[in-house]
Design a protein around this ligand. Structure first.
Ligand code: IPE
Ligand code: IPE
Ligand code: MG
Length: 247
């Protein structure tokens, strides 16, 4: 029985987030340059998007480039940015046909102009699509996002638009870039690393974490289904006790 068949359609996570990791090691294992790993990493993106769409996941967030990734060797950064533009241009028609709505979180003003333009164009074109929302985290880090949120909240307090006594979790959530998306119930990281690397710190407060040794270019639909299945075997207690959750 495949993992897809084992999934209960009535208990799906609405939002799955993935830290796509292991492109460099995948390439190294094959005696190739790191950029070759990134090129093949597009395969993991295609497969996980297909898998998520097939079972009816509403939101898929992919961590594609972190704030800290700007410190990689310039030629790798450049290769990643070129790949980003080329992939968007190549895939946009298919994304649109499959009713995918593209969204971005992160400091996109920092991206090269051609990337920013390709992204804004793709977001505009797909904005009416309703089947699944694909959120790319680009030049993103959770601490950057929270810092921006605090700055903007401080400005609104200063302008008298918000009373500090009224600040609560739901107001803070409104200042994050993810304000229009539910929190991910499931966070997947590939390549065997077990850390968060500055991803969605606020939003994953109660996410189920799933780690796999599979390197990102090898991550296929069944790997995605396997993670969703594992999620469905867990008991999410949110601080309560088992008997309360099951009653
Ligand atoms: C993930 O693969 C892609 C990005 C972070 C852009 P890596 O490039 O981190 O691959 P490893 O971790 O070096 O194998
Ligand atoms: C995290 O991967 C960032 C992305 C997947 C975009 P890294 O490979 O950059 O993370 P670290 O440096 O191993 O923590
Ligand atoms: Mg890595």
């Amino acid at each position: 029985m495949s993992y897809k068949e084992k999934i209960h359609k009535d208990r799906l996570p609405r939002h799955v987030a993935i830290i796509m990791d292991g492109n460099g090691r995948w390439a190294k294992n094959k005696g190739e340059a790191r950029a070759f790993g990134h090129l093949n990493g597009v395969n993991g993106v295609r497969e996980s998007l297909k898998a998520a769409t097939e079972i009816g996941i509403e939101y898929l967030t992919l961590y594609a480039f972190s704030t800290e990734n700007w410190d990689r060797p310039p030629e790798e950064v450049e290769a990643l940015m070129d790949l980003l533009v080329q992939t968007i241009i190549k895939e946009i028609d298919e994304l649109d046909e499959n009713e995918v709505s593209l969204q971005v979180i992160g400091d996109i003003e920092k991206l090269p102009m051609k990337c920013g333009e390709a992204l804004k164009d793709a977001i505009r074109r797909t904005s009416g699509n309703k089947r699944i929302t694909l959120i790319l985290a680009l030049s993103y880090s959770a601490r950057w996002e929270m810092t921006q949120a605090m700055k903007n909240l401080a400005i609104d307090v200063k302008n008298g638009e918000i009373d500090p006594k009224e600040i609560n979790e739901s107001i803070i959530t409104q200042y994050l870039q993810t304000r229009n998306f539910p929190d991910p119930e499931l966070l997947i990281r590939t390549s065997g690393e077990k850390r968060i690397s500055n991803f969605l710190l606020w939003q994953i407060a109660y996410s189920e974490l799933y780690f796999t040794e599979t390197l990102w270019p090898d991550f296929g639909k069944e790997d995605f289904f396997k993670a969703v299945h594992a999620f469905q075997t867990r008991e999410r207690r949110f601080g309560k006790i088992s008997e309360q959750v099951n009653s």
